[in-house]
Ligand binder design. Structure first.
Ligand SMILES: [Zn+2]
Ligand SMILES: [Zn+2]
Length: 153
């Protein structure tokens, strides 16, 4: 765990790769109100469900997140994007839309990768759910899908 204080704002623009030579059209996603949208170039990681207490509270259920290298995502409208750093894990950053409250991103300060809440992507995503994490933290009402294996440690 790092002792560095998190940056209050994580810059997400101006670091996107020039995608003009990439034959694949970018995948797009957005929040409920559309104030925050994004484009991702290239292949996304399969979806991982995280049931940890923080992800459970932040999403109201569990996070279902894909992910990619930060340089492959271009976030538009990030004046409406805010990052919440949990007090007990300030290096963790949850990105949400300040206008509509949608959960959008998850990352670790200084990390090269970003997790994307898969439900914000425009379907068809072509993704599948690969692993489940911290299923022991799921709430008691939650009927877990036991076909989703735990993330290998
Ligand atoms: Zn919004
Ligand atoms: Zn989690």
């Amino acid at each position: 765990m790092t002792k560095n204080q998190p940056r209050s704002q994580i810059r997400s623009e101006n670091n996107a790769k020039d995608d003009s030579n990439d034959p694949q059209p970018p995948m797009r996603g957005r929040c409920l109100c559309g104030a925050v949208s994004y484009r991702v170039q290239g292949v996304l990681r399969p979806v991982w469900d995280c049931h940890c207490v923080r992800c459970r509270r932040w999403t109201g259920h569990h996070i279902a997140a894909t992910g990619c290298d930060r340089e492959r995502i271009r976030i538009l409208g990030d004046e409406a994007l805010r990052w919440h750093h949990p007090e007990e894990y300030p290096q963790v950053a949850y990105g949400f839309c300040v206008r509509c409250g949608s959960s959008l991103f998850w990352t670790v300060v200084g990390s090269d990768t970003i997790s994307i809440c898969a439900g914000t992507l425009e379907p068809p995503t072509g993704l599948h759910t690969q692993y489940a994490l911290f299923t022991e933290d799921a709430s008691d009402y939650h009927t877990l899908n036991l076909d989703i294996p735990p993330l290998p440690r």
